[in-house]
Design a protein around this ligand. Structure first.
Ligand code: ATP
Ligand code: MG
Length: 660
C-alpha cells in the first residue's frame, strides 16, 4: 500500500510558551445578534452546559431534526476509538440533503448555484437535484455498484461532483474523492489503497484560464489500477475531446439519458461507512480516514446550522474544493441538510482578474462566505483596490478554516470584507473530526482575532502535557478532545491499528489532535501550530503561529513560515521564510528590520536567526504551509519527505536556489 500514514506526535513536546498578546475583542454586532439563531452568550452557555451534562439527550434532539427510517436504540455506545453513535438507527444522508427538501416547501428553492470559470451560471432547485441524484444513482447501479463498494471521484468543481457524491450516499456506495488537482500517481495510490472499482471523472475543468485535462490524467493513473472496471466521464467542454475506452468508459450524459428517474434511498445503518477521504498531508503521508453515516450527518447538520447561522434566505458560499473535507462537510452535506442555497464556483480566485470572488459575491448576493487564511493573505497581497470595486453589501457572516489565521489577516478580513459588520467564525477542525469542533457561535460569542474561540456543543477540548495532565490557563500544550463526538472518523481505511496508534495512544483513550494550543482566562482557544513543528530555543518551546503572526503584522510582509533548525548553542535556531507585499524588495536592511520587529513585538527569544525571502512558500494543495519541507531544507539543504500533496513543485527548487 503506497498511501499510508505516519504516526503523528512522534516528536511530541510538552508545554509551549506563548509570547503573543492579543487583546482586541469584538462582540457580536447587535444587528446580527438580533436575528441570529442563537443571539446571546447566555443562550450559548446554557446549550453548551446541557450538551456536556446530558450529551445523549442533546445529540438525540439534534438527530431528531433529521429523518430516520428506523430510530436508533442507543445514542452513544463505547468510548475513545470505539465510540459508536445512534446504533440501530437507519437513515440516508442523500435523503436528508435532497428528498427531505424536495418533497416539501423548498422544492423550488435553489439548492446548487454554480458559476463556471468562463462565466456560465447554472441553478438546480432541490426538486431538480433530486431527479439528477436519483438518475445518477441508477447509473451507478447499472454499472454494478453495490452498497459498500468504493467509488473514486476525480472531478472539477461542477454540480455533477456534488451529484456524484449524493448518488453514492444514496445507494450506500463509499465515495473516495480525490482532489482534481492531483497528478496521476496520487490518483492511483488512492484508488488502489481503497480498492475502487469505478471512477467518476470529467473530460476537463477550467482553472485560471486553462484546461485541466482530468480524463487524460485518469487514463494515465489507471495504467496502475488493475481493479478499476468502469469510468464515467462527465462532459464539461462544449464538445467531446477525450479518448474513450470501449467497454470501460461511459459518458455521463448518455448514461443519464438512459437512466430511470427514481431510485429510493438505501436505509443505511448509522455506523455504515459513508466515505473515505485522505488528509492534506501537511505533516506527513496522507491518511485515508473513514467517516460513517449517522454521527457525521447529525454533526455536519448541526454545526452548519449554528456556526453559519443558516437561515432560509441565505446564499452560502464555502470556497473550499470538494476534494477536501471542508468541501464534503461544508459545501455538500452540512448546508444541504439545512436546505441552504449553496454557491459553487469552478475556478481560480484571480481569473480573469484578482476580484473574481468579490464579483461573485455581488452578482449572486452571497450572504455567508467561508474561506481559508491562505486565500485571505493572497487578497491582502493583491491590494484593496480589487475589493473596493465591489459593494459586498449582501455579506452578513464570514468564516475561515484550514490554518491559524494571523491576527492582522483577521483584522483585514473584518475591515475590508466584513466592513466591520460581519462576525468572523474561525473554525478549527480536521479531516478526522468530520465537523467543526471549536468556533464561535456568531450571534453569541465575542471574537478575538486569531482565536477559534470556544467549543461547539458537546465538544470538550483540553490543553494537556504529554503525560495528559491539564496545563494552567494561558500556557500552551497539546490540544486533546476528551469526550466522544458524533462525527469522528471511525478508522483509517484498512488500518485500524494505525488509527488507534495515531489518535488514541499518545494519551491513552483520549483523542490527540496533533495541534498545540492554549486556552486563555476567558476559556478561548488559540491554536499555536502543529506539535511536530514546535521550535525549541534554549529550552523554550515555541509554536510557529505566534512568530509567523508577528512577521505578518509587519506592513511589508505578506506571508511567513518559521521552522527550527539544529543549532549547537541554542538547541534550535529559528529560520524564517518570508514573502513580501507587492512593491517591496528583499534587502539586508529589511532582514535586520524584520528580526528587530519580531523581537520588539513578542520578545528577543523569538527573534529569527535566519531570514530568507522567497516568492512563494511550499503549501499543500489545500493551501497549508508545509513547514516540514522547510525544516528539512533548512536543516539538510534537501527534501526527502513525502511531497505528493505539494501544490507547486517549482517552489522547492526555487527555495534551494535561494539558499545562501
Ligand atoms: P495531515 O494530517 O496529513 O498532516 P492536515 O492536518 O493538514 O494534513 P487537514 O485535516 O486538512 O489535514 O487539516 C487539519 C489541520 O488544519 C488541523 O489539525 C490544524 O492544524 C489546521 N487547522 C484547521 N483549521 C484551523 C483553524 N481554524 N485554526 C488553526 N488551525 C487549523
Ligand atoms: Mg492532520
Amino acid at each position: 500500500m503506497s498511501v499510508e500514514s505516519t504516526p503523528v506526535g512522534s516528536t511530541l513536546n510538552e508545554n509551549f510558551e506563548s509570547l503573543m498578546r492579543e487583546d482586541r475583542v469584538f462582540p457580536p454586532p447587535a444587528a446580527f445578534a438580533a436575528r441570529a439563531r442563537i443571539g446571546s452568550e447566555a443562550e450559548y452557555e446554557r446549550m453548551y452546559k446541557r450538551s456536556i451534562e446530558a450529551p445523549e439527550e442533546f445529540w438525540a434532539e439534534a438527530a431528531a431534526e433529521l429523518e430516520w427510517f428506523t430510530p436508533w436504540t442507543k445514542v452513544l455506545e463505547g468510548s475513545g476509538p470505539h465510540a459508536k453513535w445512534f446504533t440501530g438507527g437507519k437513515l440516508n444522508l442523500s435523503h436528508n440533503c435532497v428528498d427531505r427538501h424536495a418533497k416539501a416547501a423548498r422544492k423550488d428553492k435553489v439548492a446548487l448555484l454554480w458559476e463556471g470559470e468562463p462565466g456560465e451560471v447554472r441553478r438546480l432547485t432541490f426538486a431538480e437535484l433530486h431527479v439528477e441524484v436519483q438518475k445518477f444513482a441508477n447509473v451507478l447501479k447499472s454499472l454494478g455498484v453495490k452498497k459498500g463498494d468504493r467509488v473514486a471521484v476525480y472531478m472539477g468543481m461542477s454540480p455533477e461532483l456534488a451529484i456524484a457524491l449524493l448518488a453514492c450516499a444514496r445507494i450506500g456506495a463509499v465515495h473516495s474523492v480525490i482532489f482534481g488537482g492531483f497528478a496521476a500517481h496520487a490518483i492511483s495510490d488512492r484508488v488502489n489503497d481503497s480498492d475502487c472499482q469505478v471512477i467518476v471523472t470529467q473530460d476537463l475543468s477550467y482553472r485560471r484560464g486553462s484546461e485541466v485535462k482530468l480524463k487524460k490524467i485518469v487514463d494515465e493513473a489507471l495504467e496502475k489500477c488493475p481493479g478499476v472496471r468502469k469510468v464515467i466521464v462527465y462532459q464539461r467542454a462544449p464538445s467531446a475531446t477525450v479518448a474513450m475506452k470501449e467497454g470501460r468508459d461511459f459518458w455521463w450524459h448518455e448514461a443519464m439519458a438512459a437512466a430511470a428517474a427514481d431510485c429510493s434511498a438505501e436505509p443505511m445503518d448509522a455506523e455504515d461507512p459513508l466515505y473515505i477521504l485522505y488528509t492534506s498531508g501537511t505533516t506527513g503521508k496522507p491518511k485515508g480516514l473513514v467517516h460513517t453515516t449517522g454521527g457525521y450527518s447529525v454533526q455536519t447538520y448541526l454545526t452548519s446550522k449554528y456556526i453559519f447561522d443558516l437561515q432560509d434566505e441565505d446564499v452560502y458560499w464555502c470556497t473550499a474544493d470538494i476534494g477536501w473535507v471542508t468541501g464534503h462537510s461544508y459545501v455538500v452535506y452540512g448546508p444541504l441538510q439545512n436546505g441552504a442555497t449553496v454557491m459553487m464556483y469552478e475556478g481560480a480566485p484571480n481569473w480573469p482578474e484578482n476580484d473574481r470572488f468579490w464579483k461573485i459575491v455581488d452578482d449572486h448576493k452571497v450572504t455567508v462566505f467561508y474561506t481559508a487564511p491562505t486565500a485571505i493573505r493572497a487578497f491582502i497581497k493583491w491590494g484593496n483596490d480589487w475589493v473596493h470595486k465591489h459593494s459586498l453589501a449582501s455579506l452578513r457572516l464570514l468564516g475561515t478554516v484550514g490554518e491559524p489565521i494571523n491576527p492582522e489577516a483577521w483584522m483585514w478580513y473584518h475591515r475590508e470584507i466584513g466592513k466591520e459588520r460581519c462576525p468572523i467564525v474561525d473554525t478549527w477542525w480536521q479531516t478526522e473530526t468530520g465537523a467543526i469542533l471549536i468556533a464561535p457561535i456568531p450571534g453569541a460569542v465575542a471574537t478575538k482575532p486569531g482565536s477559534a474561540t470556544r467549543p461547539f456543543f458537546g465538544v470538550v477540548p483540553e490543553i494537556v502535557t504529554k503525560e495528559g495532565d491539564p496545563v494552567p490557563a494561558g500556557q500552551g500544550g497539546l490540544l486533546v478532545i476528551k469526550k466522544p463526538w458524533p462525527s469522528l472518523a471511525r478508522t483509517i481505511w484498512g488500518d485500524a491499528e494505525r488509527y488507534e496508534q495515531a489518535y488514541f495512544s499518545e494519551i491513552p483513550g483520549i483523542y490527540f489532535t496533533g495541534d498545540g494550543a492554549r486556552r486563555d482566562a476567558d476559556g478561548y482557544y488559540w491554536l499555536m501550530g502543529r506539535v511536530d513543528d514546535v521550535i525549541n530555543v534554549s529550552g523554550h518551546r515555541l509554536g510557529t503561529m505566534e512568530i509567523e503572526s508577528a512577521l505578518v503584522a509587519h506592513s511589508k510582509v505578506a506571508e511567513a513560515a518559521v521552522v527550527g533548525r539544529p543549532c549547537e548553542m541554542k538547541g534550535q535556531a529559528i529560520a524564517a521564510f518570508v514573502t513580501l507585499e507587492e512593491g517591496y524588495e528583499p534587502s539586508e536592511e529589511l532582514k535586520q528590520e524584520l528580526r528587530q520587529w519580531v523581537a520588539k513585538e513578542i520578545g528577543g527569544l523569538a527573534r529569527p536567526d535566519d531570514m530568507r525571502f522567497t516568492q512563494m512558500l511550499p503549501k499543500t494543495r489545500s493551501g497549508k504551509i508545509m513547514r516540514r519541507l522547510l525544516r528539512e531544507l533548512a536543516t539538510t539543504g534537501e527534501v526527502k519527505g513525502d511531497t505528493t500533496t505539494l501544490e507547486d513543485f517549482g517552489v522547492l527548487a526555487k527555495l534551494k536556489e535561494n539558499e545562501e
